[in-house]
Design a protein around this ligand. Sequence first.
Ligand SMILES: Cc1ncc(C[n+]2csc(CCOP(=O)(O)OP(=O)(O)O)c2C)c(N)n1
Ligand code: SF4
Length: 331
Amino acid sequence: MSNQQIKFYQTGTLTVGNRLLDKAQRSVQATPDRSNSLDSGHRACQGCGEALGARFAIDAAMRATGNKLIAANATGCLEVFTTPYPESAWRIPWIHSLFGNAPAVATGVAAALKAKGKTDVRVIAQGGDGGTTDIGFGCLSGMFDRNDDVLYICYDNQAYMNTGVQRSSATPPGARTATTMPVGPEPGNDMGTGKFLPVIAMAHGIPYVATASVHDLHDLEHKVTKAMGMRGSRYIQILVPCPLGWGLATHETIKAARLAVECGLWPLFEAENGQITNARKIRRGIPVTEYLKIQKRFAHLMKKGAEERVGMIQAIADENIRKFGLTVHGA
Ligand SMILES: Cc1ncc(C[n+]2csc(CCOP(=O)(O)OP(=O)(O)O)c2C)c(N)n1
Ligand code: SF4
């Protein structure tokens, strides 16, 4: 093939739309077996965990429903990088809600399908952690309370990435964001311990809650498939590292997600009707510093004098390991 002139769309990234390339050069492999619901041509940054997580989650949901799926999408990176007007990378019926009302929009779609007797068509709502744990939280809690027949997927990259990496309530303590700078006696995010919405979802007693991570896509697919086999409100929160916001090398997305699980900061578990039914044991335990040190958002914690702050983060990991029973027996 002759050389093509490539146009770069996003300042500061090497992103290029796959659709500009000859088919033979495209990085996303299309197979007849997958729906490719989130298709080539979107504009996520290189190494984006959210794009990877969404692609596998929605493809799994499509398989589980015989391709009868509608998705509502909160404003955020996933919405912005997939639907630059007038284009769309989605190959499913997809509706953009406001930043804060994806659960309500999905609930409305599910109610309309029920009224029309189309109960074989299933509904998913999806959004980032800001849209989910902050502005959309009231709508989401209402959806859980009514047990509406929707699977909500939160792609958790631990900040408001789309608007320039501002802190969300899911941002972990100590992390640098554009609004929690690494200065002063308590550098980085000094607020709270990072809201962990899966346990709040569990408190609603909904049929299914799970956490997942993009380092284990089979586990992610399994949990989405299981959720789509159930009715009522279901919630899955996926850890999706963001190279841009985390200050991570673009080839270390999967590694970061794996280290988060191995150090105990991201427990992988499932819960049904408010009770934990399954928690993934940690096979190779590591200190939190192994996870923190590969991310520039924690660089200030790797300096002398920050030991107390690091100890605080280690205590959160240790507490997760105790609370969710993540220790391998005999380890
Ligand atoms: C009511 C309202 N407030 C603010 C915005 C601006 N806004 C759009 S996306 C976004 C951040 C999205 O963050 P998050 O939900 O964490 O998703 P991410 O981009 O990180 O995937 C903000 C603040 C908006 N669209 N609507
Ligand atoms: S800013 Fe982060 S979440 Fe958004 S497209 Fe880039 S890597 Fe993905």
